[in-house]
Design a protein around this ligand. Structure first.
Ligand SMILES: C[S@@+](CC[C@H](N)C(=O)[O-])C[C@H]1O[C@@H](n2cnc3c(N)ncnc32)[C@H](O)[C@@H]1O
Length: 274
């Protein structure tokens, strides 16, 4: 079946079975979050990780990107290390590990004290099929904008520390954002729409990745879309979307969230300009 029949829809099913119907090289960006180590939260649904990864490689366009948001459970006093194993398997099937990014939660859930610090982050592994096609970097303010320096020290990782003797230009107003991204989880109105799902990621996180790795009209995919955060934000940013989830109940939440956006097309502009 051609990909066109799946564009702008939310499909109930095992994502491997559905992806098998997709053509090769059709997806610009996948952003997804798998069911981590704890399958019980999702009624023990099957999670065929190896097959998912192989299918993702086949359907991703050359230069396309997969963002895999994941964390480890701690079982019998040790973190499982599943995140790292998964990242290395993505490399084994042919993806580049383009960047290991961090999703830092500004309001992490307090945990029972077990002689370790409170966990407040997840990994956002960014994989690419060959060299990345699109990167629209997000800019942030420079802390010392306008400051004039006599010289500067910088690090070139292949040549160690370098010193620039000559007078440096004043510090610029803006710089490219770093790869640790912070978000408040579950408090914004747009995130509260996802209640009914146990583990939605923040709309803002998805928005930042979609803006970074795609352009308008590109195809954004989430094979385990849960409450539909990825399709919702993709729709709002004028990208095409495809979402799959094995739970019919979660797909229903996802469809409602996307429908609300489709019925208010003018909001898309405000969102992008914010
Ligand atoms: C961490 S949640 C994703 C949450 C989502 N990012 C959101 O914002 O709502 C993982 C999802 O994977 C789904 N899932 C688990 N196994 C699946 C499979 N084989 N195919 C499709 N979906 C699956 C679960 O139903 C669950 O909704």
């Amino acid at each position: 079946m051609k990909i066109d029949s799946y564009i702008n829809s939310i499909i109930v099913g095992n994502c491997v079975d559905v992806m098998k119907n997709f053509d090769d090289n059709v997806i610009d960006l996948t952003i997804t979050s798998p069911p981590y180590d704890d399958l019980r939260n999702y009624n023990g649904y099957v999670f065929p990780f190896n097959e998912i990864t192989n299918e993702l490689y086949r359907i991703t366009k050359q230069g396309g990107v997969v963002v895999w948001v994941v964390a480890d459970a701690t079982i019998d006093a040790t973190e499982t290390g599943t995140s790292f194993r998964q990242a290395l398997f993505f490399k084994d099937v042919g993806f580049n590990l383009h960047d290991t990014m961090i999703f830092r939660k500004r309001n992490p859930i307090p945990q029972i004290y077990r002689k370790r610090y409170n966990n407040e982050f997840e990994y956002m592994f960014v994989f690419s099929k060959g060299m990345v096609n699109t990167h629209n970097p997000i800019l942030v303010d420079c802390l010392h904008a306008g400051l004039e320096l006599n010289g500067t020290t910088y690090k070139n990782y292949s040549k160690n520390e370098q010193i620039r003797e000559k007078s440096a230009n004043p510090v610029k107003d803006k710089k490219i954002k770093g790869n640790v991204w912070e978000y408040v989880v579950g408090k914004k109105q747009e995130d509260q729409e996802a209640k009914g799902h146990p583990a939605p990621f923040p709309c803002e996180l998805v928005r930042d990745h979609i803006l970074s790795w795609t352009n308008k009209g590109d195809v954004v995919f989430d094979p385990m879309c849960g409450s539909g955060t990825t399709p919702r934000v993709a729709c709002k940013l004028d990208r095409q979307y495809i979402g799959i989830d094995i739970s019919a109940d979660y797909c229903q939440i996802a469809r409602q969230r996307v429908k609300r956006i489709e019925m208010q097309p003018t909001l898309a502009l405000e969102f992008e300009q914010a």
